[in-house]
Design a protein around this ligand. Structure first.
Ligand code: PRP
Length: 210
């Protein structure tokens, strides 16, 4: 038998939603549900294996072909780019990229170059380039909402889901940048060499998601 098709899942919420979808599609995910600290889990009765990884690493593993398929947010895809096929929008993990700043502030007032804090410098750069606006970008690793509160930046570009984090920290959305959701990505070589198995998986997930 061929080696299993490896599916890299972004750990956390996307992992839970993907496991629910796989189960709806008829795959036995008992090993993932009872995983403990294990990171590579078989799907019983199928030549499939789940690999649990951080979002950026899902892309790295799929790009390098050590995983055939990946489930990752469009936010990570936009930030990392890379060479792979994006074959499906899975519909869950829905949120938006937004430009946010202190409530009541006028982001565009004044002539000074604005400072933007973000975990997503590439997304931020291309957003402001598309507006023809020069900004200074500061990379932050998490809780980006702190940056305007500490006066490090004029605004942030970040993910907004419910809006609660912004609201509870006295910030508000100034502009929405684009919608985000979980995507299914496929390694370019695997798409040729394991086409049938991958198409079967994608079709089953499509049906379960319909
Ligand atoms: C994300 C994002 C916001 C928050 C938005 O952070 O960076 O901080 O969720 O969600 P909300 O609109 O529903 O409040 P995450 O929880 O991933 O943590 P992090 O900031 O440490 O990366």
């Amino acid at each position: 038998m061929d080696k299993p098709i490896r599916i890299a899942l972004t750990k956390g919420r996307l992992e839970r939603d993907t496991v629910a979808l796989l189960e709806k599609a008829g795959y036995d995910c008992t090993a993932v549900r009872e995983k403990g600290r294990k990171l590579i889990l078989p799907i019983d009765g199928e030549n499939l294996e789940i690999v649990l990884a951080k979002a950026n690493d899902v892309i790295t593993y799929v790009e390098h072909g050590v995983c055939d398929v990946g489930v990752v947010g469009k936010d990570t895809i936009m930030e990392m780019q890379g060479k792979f096929f994006e074959v499906a929008d899975l519909g869950f993990g829905r949120c938006r990229f937004a430009l946010a700043a202190k409530k009541g502030s006028d982001f565009y007032s004044g002539y000074n170059v604005k400072t933007i804090a973000t975990k997503y410098p590439n997304v931020t750069r291309s957003y402001f380039e598309s507006k023809g606006m020069d900004v200074e970008i500061v990379k932050i690793e998490g809780s980006v909402e702190l940056a305007p509160l500490l006066e490090l930046s004029d605004a942030i570009v970040d993910i907004v889901e419910t809006g609660t984090t912004l609201k509870e920290n006295g910030l508000e959305v100034k502009e929405y940048v684009c919608p985000i959701s979980a995507r299914l990505i496929v390694n370019m070589v695997s798409m040729k060499t394991r086409r049938q198995e991958i198409e079967r998986l994608v079709t089953k997930l499509d049906w379960a998601n319909a």
